[in-house]
Design a protein around this ligand. Structure first.
Ligand code: PLP
Length: 351
C-alpha cells in the first residue's frame, strides 16, 4: 500500500533493509537552508501559521516572475487538485484526462460527481489531439501531467501551444508540473510563459519532489488572478504549516541543491536505462525522477518478487499490465534495484 511505513514493511518481510522507490521522493534529502529555517521556526509552532502565506507568496512571486495574486498554496499540490475540483466541477460536468496519469485528478472529479473522460496515452505520451477532440460544451477541465506520472514522458512546448490554441475559453487546462524542475529536454518549457496568453491555464507545482520536502506537504498553483481567487474560496484557512512555509521559502534560494539533484537524477536515469537495455527491457523516455519499463511479466508478480528482495516499486496500470514504475534512488539504491530485478527476471515467468 502506498505510504505504508517502511519499518512495517521491513518487519513483515523479515528484511534488514527495504528501499522505497515507489513514490518518486527525493532520495538526496533537502536543502540545508530549509533545515535551518525549520529549526528556527520550531520556537513558534504554538502559533497558527500565516493563513495567506504572505512571505512565501512574495518570495515565490519574485522567484517565478509572476504576480502574488497569481499564486495559491496547498497541503501539497494534491490539495490544489482537490480545491480545483471542488471549486469548478459538479454533477454531470465533463473532465478530460489521460487514461494513465496521476490518480488524484480522477479521484477528485469523481468525488464531485463529474463525468471522467479518459483518453489513452500513445507510446506513453498524452494524445493532445484526441484530448482536444473529446471536448464538448459540458467539458470544464482538462488535466495534463507534464512530465506524466507514471510514464515520465513529456509533451513539448510546441505541442502544448498547438493544443491550447484550440481549447475553447470555457475549458480550464490544468498543467501539472510536479516534476518540471527535473526536465532537461530543450523541447520542454514550463508553462509560466504561457500564462500571459492563455488565461484558462493553471499550473501545479510542488515542493515534494526536487525540493525534497514531501512530508511537510506544500505545493502551489499558478494562474489568472480571477481563477486563483475562485480556488481560494474553497481553501481551508490554515492549509499550509509554519514549518512548510519557511522551509519552502528557504529552499527557493538553494540553486546548488537543485542542480545537484538534477545531475544525480540524470546519472541515475542513465544508469537504469543502460541496465534495462542490457536486460533486454523496453522503457519510456524518463523526464522526471522515475522510469517506467516493460518487465514482460505480470507486473503484480514482479512487484511482489521485488518486494521480497527489499525493493518497493509501483505496478498496476490498466493498459500496462506488464510495466513497472521505479523511482530513481541514490546510485547504491539503483544498483541494488537492478541486482534485485535481475533475480526477479529469472524467477517470474515471461508473459
Ligand atoms: N502531481 C503529480 C504528477 C504527482 O506525481 C504527485 C505526487 O506524486 C503530486 C501531484 C502530488 O504531490 P504533492 O501533493 O506531494 O505536492
Amino acid at each position: 500500500k502506498p505510504g505504508k511505513p517502511i519499518e512495517d514493511v521491513k518487519r513483515e518481510l523479515g528484511l534488514s533493509e527495504v528501499i522505497k522507490l515507489a513514490s518518486n521522493e527525493n532520495p538526496f534529502g533537502f536543502s540545508n537552508f530549509a533545515k535551518s529555517a525549520i529549526q528556527e521556526q520550531l520556537q513558534q509552532i504554538n502559533y497558527y501559521p500565516d493563513g495567506a502565506s504572505v512571505e512565501l507568496t512574495s518570495a515565490l512571486a519574485t522567484h517565478l516572475l509572476v504576480k502574488p495574486e497569481q499564486l495559491i498554496f496547498g497541503t501539497g499540490s494534491s490539495d490544489i487538485i482537490l480545491m480545483i475540483a471542488r471549486a469548478f466541477l459538479t454533477l454531470e460536468d465533463e473532465t478530460i484526462m489521460a487514461e494513465e496519469t496521476f490518480s488524484q485528478y480522477k479521484h477528485n472529479a469523481e468525488v464531485e460527481n463529474a463525468i471522467v473522460v479518459e483518453v489513452p496515452l500513445v507510446d506513453g505520451k498524452h494524445d493532445l489531439v484526441a484530448m482536444q477532440a473529446a471536448i464538448t460544451e459540458r467539458t470544464k477541465i482538462i488535466w495534463i501531467c507534464n512530465p506524466n506520472n507514471p510514464t515520465g514522458t513529456i509533451v513539448t512546448n510546441e505541442e502544448l501551444v498547438a493544443f491550447l490554441d484550440k481549447v475553447p475559453d470555457h475549458v480550464m487546462v490544468v498543467l501539472d508540473e510536479a516534476y518540471g524542475e527535473y526536465v532537461e529536454d530543450p523541447s520542454f518549457s514550463n508553462g509560466i510563459q504561457l500564462l500571459d496568453k492563455y488565461h484558462n491555464l493553471v499550473l501545479l507545482r510542488t515542493f515534494s519532489k526536487i525540493y525534497g520536502l514531501a512530508s511537510l506537504r506544500i505545493g502551489y498553483g499558478i494562474g489568472d488572478p480571477e481563477i486563483i481567487a475562485y480556488i481560494n474560496q474553497v481553501r481551508e484557512p490554515f492549509n499550509t504549516t509554519r514549518l512548510a512555509q519557511v522551509a519552502a521559502k528557504a529552499a527557493l534560494a538553494d540553486d546548488a541543491f537543485l542542480s545537484y539533484c538534477r545531475e544525480q537524477n540524470r546519472a541515475g536515469i542513465d544508469f537504469i536505462n543502460q541496465e534495462l537495455e542490457r536486460l533486454g527491457l523496453d522503457y519510456f523516455p524518463a523526464h522526471g525522477n522515475f522510469v517506467m519499463f516493460d518487465a514482460k511479466r505480470a507486473s503484480s508478480e514482479v512487484f511482489q518478487s521485488l518486494l521480497q528482495k527489499g525493493i518497493v516499486a509501483r505496478a498496476g496500470w490498466k493498459n500496462y499490465p506488464n510495466w513497472i514504475r521505479i523511482s530513481v534512488g541514490t546510485m547504491p539504491q539503483n544498483e541494488k534495484f537492478i541486482a534485485a530485478l535481475e533475480q526477479v527476471l529469472q524467477e517470474v515467468t515471461v508473459q
